[in-house]
Design a protein around this ligand. Structure first.
Ligand SMILES: NC(=O)c1ccc[n+]([C@@H]2O[C@H](COP(=O)([O-])OP(=O)(O)OC[C@H]3O[C@@H](n4cnc5c(N)ncnc54)[C@H](O)[C@@H]3O)[C@@H](O)[C@H]2O)c1
Length: 311
């Protein structure tokens, strides 16, 4: 039984990952400052500590009796849009927290660090699958913090740390926060559709993204434990390939038994027009191939949400 630390264990991705590790029979310590996560998301079987990865107070609690076999750093401020409200907070929550946590891991004998990176590191890209060796010019404070985190982890290799950063594209699926209307394109649109049948899109319908289902993301994280070729790398984790925002809203509308109205207005700061993943490297180094189609993933998420709602 291995011992793992999962930060962000009260959030969408961290909770799903922690649950999978518990199911696989491992001992899991979870940490979260509950800034956007919820205590009730933390899966049963996880030893949970409340605290902020960027502040010293957390670290006494999560000090392990034996070294962690790996740290999964999933916690973070996860919205590009919100990073414009308070860039310094974003830097604390994303970059400083990664630096502090990775030094803590090293100081306590853990040399495997797996990070929830982001496609936001790339910035504006041509209309072609983005490769990991593309020049990174982030368009948001969030993207800068996520890129800085990768550089901190790379420097930690000098001290014996082996890191992997999974550059996640647009993650969606059951368990996503349906009340945060500033993070998560699928969750925002689906929440609007369920509320009043009206999807109000900030930005144009010809923008495009790459949507990846939560189960595929969890598989990618756990594969890092098995595949040494993933060490020392940033790897793209996408799912659907190039899907326009207009195509996404059409797919969502098709799920609803009642008519759905879609309106387009305004935009979002730091939003790039389009990006999707080249996953050659993730396939080679991680054996990662997404399994969930977008149609099936959206249908499952919709079914999970509508089953929850009172009739
Ligand atoms: N959801 C996506 O589409 C997506 C895409 C790319 C990257 N990511 C990255 O994946 C990670 C998880 O995202 P998510 O979608 O699960 O978001 P989320 O908001 O549901 O989860 C983030 C969790 O981290 C916690 N947290 C935030 N700052 C913290 C801090 N300083 N210390 C301790 N806990 C803190 C929050 O309370 C929350 O529970 C983030 O790092 C995000 O940048 C997400």
């Amino acid at each position: 039984m291995a011992l793992y630390l999962v930060t962000g264990a009260a959030g969408f991705i961290g909770a799903a990952l922690a649950a999978a590790l518990v199911r696989a029979g491992h001992e899991v310590v979870g940490a979260d400052n509950l800034s956007t996560g919820f205590r009730e998301n933390v899966p049963a079987g996880v030893r949970f500590f409340y605290g902020d990865c960027g502040l010293p107070d957390l670290y006494g609690g999560i000090l392990p009796a034996r070294p962690y076999d790996a740290v999964f750093h999933i916690a973070g401020q996860s919205s590009g849009e919100i990073s414009f409200d308070n860039p310094l907070y974003d830097m604390q929550a994303n970059a400083a927290s990664t630096l502090r946590l990775s030094r803590f891991a090293l100081d306590n004998g853990c040399t495997r660090f797996i990070y929830a990176g982001s496609m936001s590191v790339y910035g504006v890209q041509p209309d072609a699958p983005a490769r990991e060796d593309a020049p990174c010019r982030p368009e948001s404070f969030y993207g800068v913090s996520k890129l800085a985190s990768e550089h901190y982890l790379r420097l930690n290799e000098r001290y014996g740390m082996r890191f992997t950063s999974l550059r996640l594209f647009n993650v969606y699926g059951p368990g996503q926060n349906m009340t945060n209307m500033r993070q998560g394109m699928v969750s925002i649109f689906m929440a609007m559709m369920l509320k009043d049948g009206h999807i109000r899109v900030k930005g144009r319908p010809d923008r495009y993204r790459d949507f990846v289902y939560i189960d595929d993301v969890v598989r990618a994280f756990t594969a890092c434990l098995e595949r040494r070729e993933s060490e020392g790398r940033a790897l793209n984790i996408g799912g659907s390939g190039r899907i326009t925002v207009g195509a996404l809203t059409d797919k969502l509308a098709a799920l609803s038994p009642t008519p759905v109205n879609v309106g387009y207005a305004g935009g979002t700061p730091g939003d790039v027009h389009g990006i999707y993943a080249d996953m050659t490297l993730a396939r080679e180094c991680l054996g990662y191939v997404p399994r969930m189609s977008l149609d099936e993933g959206l249908a499952r998420m919709y079914a999970a949400l509508t089953a929850q709602s009172p009739a």
